[in-house]
Design a protein around this ligand. Structure first.
Ligand code: HEC
Length: 235
């Protein structure tokens, strides 16, 4: 007893410990001294990866600008000129969304219900009369391109400002093959003033009578000479 390590239990005699470790030593490699060569392929792989990462960041970083949407852009010049003056044709097209429901995308309206804007004398003719229609609305019997209508178009004077009415008029005068000079917002402003006292919509007769009168101010530059007689009276 005295030559035995007092910390060992009886079944942990030195022999038995040697036995146990034998198998471990057999199965695990002895560590050796010195350097082993790094796996060349692994190193090459690392270099390739690092190079590729550099290339990827270089071409896709978007100059590290937070506001660059397209990360492949070359310089920060991406967000150019957001506030160019509004083109009336663009604004008019946008606002025409309010007219689509009745006059339709192709401007042809609906036979018997909504008159066409295409090739309509009301659209391409006297710009003051067109402005008046848009500002005050129009109802009752009306003949457009030889076909009779009897509907009601809302007034737009409260919905749109002068610039917007001018853009709408300019847009419908120059779309679907229509071709007529643009309508200025000055004309809309003076027509709006002229009609300020009048309430309710036009009917064909009141519209024709008003259009035949000279505007109070000398005709603005944008108003073309009336291209024809007043439209055929409603009845
Ligand atoms: C609710 C349907 C409706 C909407 C929306 C509408 N219109 Fe009309 N529009 C009519 C009707 C109906 C007439 C014919 C009125 C009549 O019979 O007296 C008309 C007549 C016209 C006319 C004169 C006749 C012609 O065909 O040339 C013009 C110009 C016109 N609309 C432009 C517009 C514009 C521009 C808009 C959009 C801002 C618009 N309309 C929105 C129903 C509508």
């Amino acid at each position: 007893m005295s030559d035995q390590n007092p910390n060992l239990r009886s079944d942990e005699s030195p022999d038995r410990i040697m036995d146990l470790h034998q198998s471990v030593m057999r199965e695990q490699e002895e560590p050796t001294d010195g350097l082993t060569s790094s796996p060349v392929l692994f190193l090459l792989g690392c270099f390739f990866l690092a190079g590729w990462c550099g290339y990827y960041i270089g071409t896709n970083s978007g100059n590290w600008e937070g506001n660059v949407f397209n990360e492949k852009i070359g310089s920060g010049a991406a967000a150019a000129a957001p506030s160019a003056p509004q083109d009336p044709m663009v604004l008019g097209k946008e606002l025409f969304g309010n007219c689509l429901q009745c006059h339709k995308e192709n401007g042809m309206g609906l036979p018997g219900e909504f008159p066409p804007l295409v090739a309509s004398e009301f659209v391409t003719g006297d710009s003051r009369r067109l402005t008046g229609i848009l500002l005050r609305g129009l109802k009752g019997e009306l003949t457009v391109n030889g076909a009779k209508y009897n509907g009601e178009m809302p007034a737009w004077r409260d919905a749109f400002n002068d610039e917007e009415i001018a853009a709408l008029a300019t847009y419908i005068r120059n779309t679907w093959g229509n071709k007529a000079p643009p309508v200025s917002k000055e004309l809309v402003a003076s027509t709006r003033k002229e009609l300020a006292e009048q309430s309710g919509s036009w009917v064909a007769e009141t519209l024709a009578a008003w259009a035949a009168t000279a505007p109070p101010v000398p005709a603005p530059a944008a108003a073309p000479a009336p291209t024809g007689a007043a439209p055929p009276p409603g009845k």
